[in-house]
Design a protein around this ligand. Structure first.
Ligand code: GDP
Length: 431
């Protein structure tokens, strides 16, 4: 049986504009599914005059009638999620068809505290965590001492017993290692557990829902959060997120078989950004970087932190193309490059006397990598109203061709502004 799915994944270090691309494509789908991460995702989506900032919720939520799934592999913060839902309702968006996996883990208040305390202890090399408790929540999941949404559906007595047991262990850490105050059940009862209980109507066995929908011919879009280079296994470890945004993560995090995964659309900015620490070979530390940061409004949606700016890294992009089986690229923030005299793409790295064309697994090697650049002439024309490839300035088209040659895959979409109608279609990525 043929399934109709598309995966929209970040091909860089996150913040690629996946929210806008998913929102643009969501019209063609029945379900939009998130499968990993938590409220560290920060999609900004512009619809008409309204700007929506989404953290847990997939961008499909902005399309009436679409089913939105927060899948098994996610970690959820009930307080933030409730605030997100209320914020949407205030703007007239009613989440009628939201489904939250009973298998998804809950981020507890002590996870956020642990995030802070652990980052503080890393005196020299900070990871740059978003302090949302996501890392500690995943740690507890793998230590098999997490709380899952489904735990709220059982008896109150069983829940309290389980929580007390977890708190007893956690409090040892807080009081003995961190010299911090312990947590009590009453603390959790203040705001946290009421918010979590309020989500109960949305709890479902989402993997089963997705399976049934696919059997009935529904079209499913899998929406990645963060990006390939932040993947816990395949990214720039330890400067990574705690989950697998790469295509393999879909099977685990949504609970679907590999044969269900269809074409993969890799979203990439026309340049590179990253937040947090770690080596960044194509980083631009001069006025050009500042200009791109200002024009592209490169400040984190979740944290407000200024993002580090670099030229497009073709080596990292090929890594993403290979790992995810990217068939098409969606280039975003293309308009931001207008007015630059020269634009560069790194096609390889030089390490000492050697030239390498693959992304090295070791950060020590990455630190020594000097990018080998292809150099392009820029353009002066405003691109934000351009509707077709043929109307792009010749130098912009040459740059796109350079990206295709470097990455080895065609560019399907070019985004020239945050709105849905600021999208140039070169190839129909999903028929
Ligand atoms: P995401 O988490 O991958 O969705 O990325 P973010 O939401 O953090 O960053 C994308 C930002 O760029 C948002 O503010 C979008 O509204 C904006 N954006 C998306 N595509 C474009 C584009 O093509 N041009 C411009 N100028 N802004 C864009």
């Amino acid at each position: 049986m043929e399934f109709s799915t598309l995966a929209v994944l970040g091909s860089q270090w996150g913040d690629e504009g996946k929210g806008k691309i998913t929102d643009y494509l969501a019209e063609q789908f029945d379900l939009v599914v998130r499968y990993q991460g938590g409220p560290n995702a920060g999609h900004t989506v512009v619809v008409g005059q309204e700007t929506f900032k989404l953290h847990h919720l997939p961008s499909g939520i902005l399309h009436p009638g679409k089913k939105c799934v927060l899948g098994d592999g996610m970690v959820l913060d009930p307080v933030t999620l409730q605030a997100e839902l209320t914020g949407l309702e205030q703007k007239g968006v009613i989440p009628e068809h939201l489904f939250i996996s009973t298998r998804a883990h809950l981020i507890m208040p002590y996870h956020q505290k642990l995030d802070e305390l652990e980052e503080e202890r890393r005196r020299v090399e900070k990871l740059g965590t978003t302090m949302r408790g996501i890392g500690p929540a995943y740690t507890d999941k793998y230590a098999r001492q997490g709380l899952r949404c489904g735990d709220l559906l059982g008896s109150e007595r069983a829940l309290q017993k389980k929580l007390q047991q977890i708190l007893d262990t956690k409090n040892e850490l807080f009081t003995r290692l961190y010299d911090s105050r312990p947590y009590s059940l009453a603390d959790l009862e203040e705001a946290y557990l009421p918010a979590a209980r309020g989500l109960k109507p949305y709890f479902t066995e989402t993997a089963l829902l997705i399976h049934r929908e696919l059997q009935e011919g529904s079209r499913v879009l899998f929406e990645g959060a963060q990006g390939c280079m932040l993947d816990i296994d395949h990214g720039t470890y330890p400067y990574v997120t705690s989950s697998n945004p790469t295509a393999g993560g879909i099977c685990i995090g949504a609970g679907v078989a590999p044969r269900v995964i269809g074409p993969v659309l890799g979203v990439a900015k026309a340049y590179t950004t990253r937040v947090g620490g770690g080596p960044f070979p194509t980083e631009i530390s001069d006025a050009t970087g500042d200009r791109i940061r200002q024009v592209g409004k490169e400040f984190g949606t979740t944290t407000g932190r200024p993002r580090r700016i670099g030229w497009l890294d073709g080596v990292a992009l090929r890594h993403a193309v290979r790992l995810n089986g990217v068939q098409f690229l969606a280039l975003t923030l293309f308009d931001v490059l207008t007015g630059l005299e020269r634009i560069k793409i790194a096609t390889a790295y030089r390490v000492g006397e050697q030239q390498i064309t693959h992304f090295p697994p070791s950060l020590e090697t990455l630190e020594q990598c000097q990018p080998v650049y292809l150099d392009f002439s820029g353009w002066e024309e405003d691109l934000t109203q351009v509707k077709s490839y043929s109307h792009l300035p010749p130098n912009a088209r040459r740059y796109i061709e350079g990206i295709e040659e470097t990455s080895g895959v065609p560019v399907g979409l070019v985004s020239v502004g945050p709105r849905r109608d600021q999208t140039i279609v070169i190839h129909d990525v999903f028929k």
